[in-house]
Design a binder for this molecule. Structure first.
Ligand SMILES: NC(=O)c1ccc[n+]([C@@H]2O[C@H](COP(=O)([O-])OP(=O)(O)OC[C@H]3O[C@@H](n4cnc5c(N)ncnc54)[C@H](OP(=O)(O)O)[C@@H]3O)[C@@H](O)[C@H]2O)c1
Length: 273
């Protein structure tokens, strides 16, 4: 019997990007998936697209930084499918600006979406996950292993996930629920992907060189392996694994490289044009 056949997954932040690709891949293996996001138009478009492919999906609009919304998402999932086997805490917003200039509200939005945005859905779904002895997956990032410049609120949120994942793994080990954390490396993004600037405006994410990016489908399949083999922790991509090993043995060198790079960029920004 396939790990995913006749199982029910809630994937937060699945109206686009990695969450949407994961929804498609899980559906292909026979799962029913609850799509989620805050923007109704994006969510409906994705739901229709997946239904046309013959997949069993429903879409529930909701903000994962609101416990009330998360309880509603869980209740509606139970009404529709009667069970929850997998909760993928994927929804997130990212940012691009330094602490010195960022408005605290923008910082807090980023931090909350990456921290409370995983805690609230987990808290709401736990009673049902206990019944199925299902999986809770936290989608983190290399920014959850080491702070990234101009992404302080994002890194802080992703690091909080490591702590949440550890606490749950210890406190709820008797329940049979599997808790896994995925430290994603640079991944191909939707052209619609945005990030918050210092004043809270959304701008498109900058393009990264293609060779460093993992395809979304590869990432989705790796997340499914973490679920299938009930792995507790996985760092994604060869680059990510290299970074993790380097960080473990040479944390001082990583910090030094980052500081030198930051100084170079700040000096460059100060140069007269
Ligand atoms: N792409 C990468 O290179 C990369 C690298 C490392 C880790 N990751 C992680 O992978 C996950 C997915 O990234 P992605 O690139 O696919 O991001 P994305 O394209 O920006 O998609 C984010 C999704 O989350 C939803 N969302 C954001 N805030 C939400 C909220 N408060 N409540 C409900 N839904 C919310 C968005 O829809 P709405 O805006 O409509 O709500 C969207 O569906 C994230 O956790 C990210 O940190 C990505």
């Amino acid at each position: 019997m396939s790990t995913f056949k006749n199982k029910v997954a809630i994937i937060t932040g699945s109206s686009q990007g990695i969450g949407k690709t994961l929804a498609i891949e899980m559906c292909k293996k026979g799962a029913s998936v609850v799509l989620n996001g805050r923007t109704a138009s994006k969510l409906t478009k994705t739901q229709e697209e997946l239904k046309l492919l013959g997949h069993n999906v429903i879409a529930i609009k909701g903000d994962i930084t609101s416990l009330k919304d998360c309880k509603r998402i869980v209740d509606k999932t139970i009404q529709a499918f009667g069970q929850i086997d997998f909760l993928i805490n994927n929804g997130s917003i990212t940012m691009q600006d330094e602490i010195d200039c960022i408005e605290t509200e923008a910082f807090e939005n980023v931090f909350r979406s990456n921290s409370m945005g995983s805690f609230f859905p987990t808290k709401a779904a736990l009673p049902f996950l206990k019944k199925t002895k299902g999986s809770v997956i936290f989608i983190s990032s290399l920014a959850g292993l080491h702070a990234m410049p101009s992404a302080s609120g994002y890194s802080m949120g992703k690091m909080a996930l490591s702590s949440l994942w550890q606490s749950l793994s210890i406190e709820l080990s008797h329940t049979g629920i599997h808790f896994g954390i995925c430290y994603l490396s640079f991944t191909q993004s939707e052209k619609e992907k945005t990030m918050l600037t210092a004043n809270g405006n959304s701008i498109p994410v900058p393009k990264r060189p293609n060779f460093i990016l993992q395809p979304q489908k590869t990432v989705a399949k790796s997340i499914m392996q973490v679920i299938k083999y009930r792995k507790s922790k996985r760092v994604f991509s060869i680059f990510g694994k290299f970074v993790a090993v380097f960080l473990r043995f040479f944390p001082g060198i990583v910090m030094r490289i980052m500081i030198l790079n930051q100084k170079k960029q700040q000096n460059h920004a100060l140069e007269p044009v």
